[in-house]
Design a protein around this ligand. Structure first.
Ligand SMILES: *[C@@H]1O[C@H](CO)[C@@H](O)[C@H](O)[C@H]1NC(C)=O
Ligand SMILES: *[C@@H]1O[C@H](CO)[C@@H](O)[C@H](O)[C@H]1NC(C)=O
Ligand SMILES: *[C@@H]1O[C@H](CO)[C@@H](O)[C@H](O)[C@H]1NC(C)=O
Ligand SMILES: *[C@@H]1O[C@H](CO)[C@@H](O)[C@H](O)[C@H]1NC(C)=O
Length: 423
């Protein structure tokens, strides 16, 4: 209770102070017109010439506050940033308004048309939106030392050359480049504010990516016409694995495991094993397209491609394994070859010469019910079935082992990438 009272008291004192202070200022300051700050002889002021002081290039200090980053679009390789851009420069040619007592004066932003201002443009912006609600979102301050600060809120659609080689373990490096349009470094130099060049809102929440790093750099470039000053804000956006773990890796891994069930089903169950293999293949194909729905159709191999094609290969191999088993089941020399006579085939309606292979012969129903009972389902040798069973048994270990090796390779290769960038 006591602290509350104290705070209230403090506020009252503070407000009174502010009111008194503001009242004093209001008495002293009159409204300004442009000619109050321009030199007396306006002819001497060239608004297209940077205010070079003793031959040195004009220095413009920048500060960027990133309010939000969103709409990261992999397909168009763009992202959207909301920023406050502050530029401050000294124009010694200006005059201070008379009787200026406050720390700074707010100037009419329209005057920027008539005084020199840095010709800033966003090099990698596709679209810049200036906010007009509820008033145009920019202001201009003039300090006692003739420093001008111009602040504006902007929404930028920025392009970012994304690389998907290690998608979804990728880290995208996206920047925002601020360059001078017409002045070379001889006349104009951009610098980051020495104390706090960049503030990034810590509450920025992106659906799939994390801001791993945010920093500023100088990107001054040499063109044929000269060196042009340039500053950049760089974000390292690292993809979180969560989404792809649950929507890609675990489901596709489970399907590969599911395809191994086939090795525990007895080789005679052809429909069961074929259905299992084919269903697994189709499901994987669907997942593969799902997993890269949001990506542009790039021509190089991505990590997700390596994973998905390997899973598909594993499932395909288990289907092929059955083909091999089936081959051994079906074509071994019968221990007691039972050749059906033509009459028997005829009675089964299978007398065409094209239908005389072992399998169909055996399938032709024997007219004698007793004989039918004793006939094995395959015309097969004990030896053939043994081989098939041996392949199955061997596969039960070989396939999981191979898949394990592949997983170790895959995860060490691609998770290493993330660690390198983490440092
Ligand atoms: C500045 O102050 C002086 C003296 O207080 C006064 O005479 C003059 O009119 C003021 N100028 C302006 C522009 O307010
Ligand atoms: C840098 O920004 C701070 C406030 O954030 C300001 O006080 C300071 O004057 C700026 N420095 C320069 C060189 O513009
Ligand atoms: C941006 O970088 C600074 C310094 O490296 C760090 O303190 C801050 O947490 C980063 N902000 C975000 C949103 O990552
Ligand atoms: C541009 O910069 C490069 C390297 O910083 C320098 O060698 C070159 O002389 C500069 N050119 C001009 C025209 O300033």
């Amino acid at each position: 209770m006591k602290t509350m009272w104290n705070i209230e008291w403090f506020q009252i004192v503070l407000l009174t102070f502010i009111a008194l202070f503001a009242g004093n200022q209001a008495e002293d300051e009159t409204s300004l017109v442009l000619t109050d700050i321009l030199p007396k002889d306006t002819k001497t002021y060239d608004k297209n010439r940077p205010p070079k002081y003793s031959g040195q290039p004009t220095v413009v200090y920048f500060h960027v506050t990133v309010l939000s980053i969103d709409t990261i679009n992999e397909e168009s390789m763009t992202y959207v940033a909301d920023i406050f851009l502050a530029q401050s420069w000294r124009d010694h040619r200006l005059r201070l308004p008379e009787n200026m007592t406050s720390e700074y004066r707010i100037l009419d932003v329209g005057w920027l048309q008539d005084i020199w201002r840095p010709d800033v443009f966003f090099k990698n912006a596709k679209q810049v939106t200036f906010h007009e609600m509820s008033v145009p979102n920019h202001y201009l301050w003039l300090y006692h030392d003739k420093t001008l600060i111009y602040m504006a809120k902007l929404t930028l659609v920025l392009s970012c050359a994304m690389k998907f080689e290690s998608y979804p373990h990728d880290t995208q490096i996206c920047s925002m480049q601020i360059e001078s349009l017409s002045h070379t470094t001889f006349d104009l130099v951009f610098k980051w504010n020495l104390t706090d060049p960049l503030v990034t809102n810590p509450d920025i929440e992106l659906p799939q990516l994390d801001i791993a790093k945010n920093f500023t750099e100088d990107c001054t470039l040499e063109y044929s016409t000269g060196n042009f000053t340039c500053l950049a804000v760089v974000f390292n956006l690292r993809r979180r694995l969560g989404y792809h773990l649950f929507h890609t890796y675990i489901p596709s891994g489970l399907i590969v495991v599911m395809s191994w069930i086939s090795f525990w089903i007895k080789p005679e169950a052809i429909p069961a094993r074929v259905t299992l293999g084919v269903t697994s293949l189709l499901t994987l194909a669907t997942q593969s397209t799902q997993s890269q729905r949001s990506l542009p159709p790039v021509s190089y191999v991505k990590a997700i491609d390596v994973w998905m094609s390997s899973c598909t290969l594993f499932v395909f191999m288990s289907l092929m394994q059955f083909a091999v088993c089936n081959h051994f089941m079906g074509t071994g020399t019968p221990a007691k070859p039972k050749v059906l006579s033509d009459e028997e085939l005829h009675s089964a309606g299978l007398d065409s010469p094209g239908h005389t292979n072992g399998l169909l012969r055996f399938r032709a129903k024997s007219p004698n019910p007793a004989e039918r009972r004793t006939t094995p389902k395959y015309v097969t040798s004990c030896y053939g079935r043994e081989v098939a069973l041996f392949i199955d048994k061997w596969s039960r270990f070989a396939f999981p082992f191979a898949y394990l090796i592949f997983n170790i390779f895959y995860w060490t290769t691609y998770l290493e990438d993330v660690n390198v960038i983490n440092l």
